[in-house]
Design a protein around this ligand. Structure first.
Ligand code: TYD
Length: 210
């Protein structure tokens, strides 16, 4: 991301890793400390990308091909960048995004098996010109995550995928973290929310994102 503008920070992890709790704690912290920021999420964050999100996450769309899914995620990403991320960064704000291109690598390239090359090609801008300044990967295995999670929504198409799929997502994230070590910071998700949050804050401060 261009220097002298706001910082772009993304949060990643397997479903149920505790990402939402961390985002909530960060939101409270940033508001309390008067840090100009926005929170946004992928897929979604604007009219068009929210419409794409609905198609992607609707349990009734089970016949969707993996390639279609990957392309919809990258389409939504481009619209979301234009609608929300780039304007806020130009205003000098800190942009916190719940999931970004690494989700496509973990879920579509590795877990669905579409491969790195295809996913990197259709996400070229998100990996280069619009790469995050920092990505926090909350490292919690799917079995640890599922043990914590209660009352999963059975209509969520992705959550119907089962534990084996989520194990592949987790392995995918490990590969992402190895491939982009300058950008991706791994935070142990098997700690209390407060401990995780202290680490998140430390990382963001060290990396001049706060
Ligand atoms: P969401 O309900 O937002 O889950 P979470 O709270 O875990 O972020 O659903 C987002 C789902 O979309 C999640 O299962 C991951 C998936 N996803 C992909 O498969 N590829 C992507 O590129 C993105 C951004 C998300």
């Amino acid at each position: 991301m261009e220097k002298s503008k706001g910082k772009f920070v993304t949060f990643e992890g397997c479903d149920g890793c505790g990402k939402s709790t961390q985002l909530k704690l960060l939101s409270e912290y940033l508001t309390k400390n008067g840090v100009p920021h926005i929170f946004t999420r992928e897929p979604g964050g604007g009219k068009i990308s929210e419409a794409i999100r609905e198609i992607l996450l609707n349990g009734k769309n089970s016949e969707m091909t993996d390639e279609c899914e990957a392309l919809l995620y990258s389409a939504s990403r481009m619209q979301h960048l234009a609608d929300r991320v780039i304007p806020a960064l130009s205003d000098g704000k800190l942009v916190i995004c719940d999931r970004y291109v690494d989700s496509s690598l973990a879920y579509q390239a590795y877990a669905r098996g579409l491969g790195e090359e295809f996913i990197e090609n259709i996400n070229q801008l998100a990996l280069t010109k619009y790469a995050p300044d920092t990505t926090i990967f909350i490292d919690l295995t799917p079995s640890q995550a599922f043990a914590r999670k209660q009352g999963a929504d059975e209509n969520d198409r992705l959550e119907q995928a089962g534990i084996a799929f989520h194990e592949r997502v987790y392995d995918g994230y490990q590969r992402v973290a190895k491939k982009y070590p300058e950008r991706v910071v791994v935070v142990n998700g098997n700690q209390t929310p407060t401990e995780i949050f202290e680490q998140v804050l430390r990382v963001l401060k060290e990396r001049n994102c706060l």
